[in-house]
Ligand binder design. Structure first.
Ligand SMILES: NC(=O)c1ccc[n+]([C@@H]2O[C@H](COP(=O)([O-])OP(=O)(O)OC[C@H]3O[C@@H](n4cnc5c(N)ncnc54)[C@H](OP(=O)(O)O)[C@@H]3O)[C@@H](O)[C@H]2O)c1
Length: 335
């Protein structure tokens, strides 16, 4: 067993607020529960839900660390008695229940995966949050199948770049939206068949045109209310709208429900964090079987936009809120 320090550096967000509230601080090492491992963190991913937690709009679920951070990669340094096959020294990436903006972090063993072969810590840490979310929503709730067409909003977000690549890898046609010509270029580079700049183009008309009027089978949406009616108009017969966030609000002032009935649409959605360990473990197992081979074969890879040292978490959040990034923003914690 490695000798562990009693304290570690973590990023505190105090009472919440602007990015500057994120400051390094010393705190105790977290203790793994029986079914958890303790990870010496090498890298951590920044995700939009972290921004909401920093602002006080997304409190951690009961029992989770109050420290921000939903994904990490590092080395296992301690193992709970019920943590299964993981052992000290294993290199893992994990969907955490919180606490990843720190030098050490616990994670349920079932939510850990090995680094895909050829991956370093930064790229491994960029995987869990978006791959778990996209897998569960696009292929689970959305039931996207080969030969179908999906419309991905926020195509250059961490979620969007993963959705584009996985949908293509599993044989779907991908139409994606983003807010600039440069972002559209990037989406095409990631494999999108059609890229729509939603600031200058009408995405409903573009989806109609791109599908010769057949429309999309699945819409993966993070905008919510502002897009609700238009999303329904983009869906063809038996289409599925999967809502994973409300960047454009959650209250629809006036909804036109006719397409739901006439085209037999399903409106669904989900959040990842409140799921049980067993549910997240089942997603991890599916990813290991179906997606890790694609990552190892180079058929998809997380685009890393910028890496900040842990003590510059505030700058990383400011960049995320500027929405200038394409792909993942990362924190490097240790060598
Ligand atoms: N349900 C779940 O389980 C789950 C899990 C993880 C993440 N999420 C959610 O998924 C979303 C994406 O997360 P992420 O970490 O990938 O975020 P991200 O990398 O920060 O990307 C978000 C992107 O959305 C676009 N955007 C922002 N506001 C918008 C608006 N009002 N209308 C249209 N587009 C807007 C921006 O690009 P443009 O320049 O194109 O506008 C922005 O870059 C977040 O809302 C997050 O909370 C949900």
């Amino acid at each position: 067993m490695p000798t562990l320090p009693e304290t570690m550096i973590l990023i505190d967000h105090g009472k919440g607020g602007a990015p500057e509230v994120l400051v390094p601080q010393r705190g105790p090492l977290p203790q793994p529960k029986p079914d958890e491992v303790l990870i010496r963190v090498l890298a951590t991913g920044v995700n939009r839900p972290d921004v909401a937690q920093r602002k006080g709009e997304y409190p951690p679920p009961p029992g989770a660390s109050s420290v921000i951070g939903l994904e990490t990669a590092g080395e296992v340094v301690a193992v709970g008695p019920e943590a299964g096959a993981w052992k000290v020294g294993d290199k893992v990436c994990a969907l955490t229940n919180g606490g990843a903006y720190a030098e050490y972090c616990t994670a349920p063993a079932a939510q850990c995966l090995p680094w895909p072969k050829g991956f370093d810590a930064i790229r491994a840490a960029a995987l869990p949050e978006t791959f778990f979310t996209v897998w569960a929503n696009l292929f689970g709730h959305g039931r996207l199948a080969a030969g179908e067409t999906v419309l991905v909003h926020g195509g250059t977000s961490g979620i969007g770049v993963t959705a584009i690549q996985l949908a293509k890898a599993f044989g779907a046609t991908v139409i994606a939206t983003a807010g600039s010509a440069a972002k559209c270029e990037a989406m095409r580079g990631l494999g999108a068949d059609v890229a729509i700049d939603y600031r200058t183009q009408d995405f409903v008309a573009e989806v109609k045109r791109a599908t010769d009027g057949r429309l999309a089978d699945v819409v993966l949406d993070m905008v919510g209310a502002d897009y609700f009616n238009r999303n329904l108009r983009c869906l063809g017969m038996d289409g599925r709208l999967v809502i994973i966030a409300f960047l454009g609000g959650f209250e629809v002032a006036k909804a036109d429900l006719r397409p739901v009935m006439t085209r037999r649409l399903t409106v669904t959605g989900s959040t990842m964090r409140p799921r049980t360990t067993a549910q997240k473990g089942a997603i991890a197992a599916a990813l290991r079987e179906k997606v890790w081979p694609l990552l190892e074969a180079g058929r998809c890879a997380p685009p890393i936009y910028q890496v900040f040292p842990l003590d510059q978490a505030a700058a990383a959040h400011a960049l995320m809120e500027s929405s200038q990034h394409i792909g993942k923003i990362m924190l490097k914690v240790a060598e």
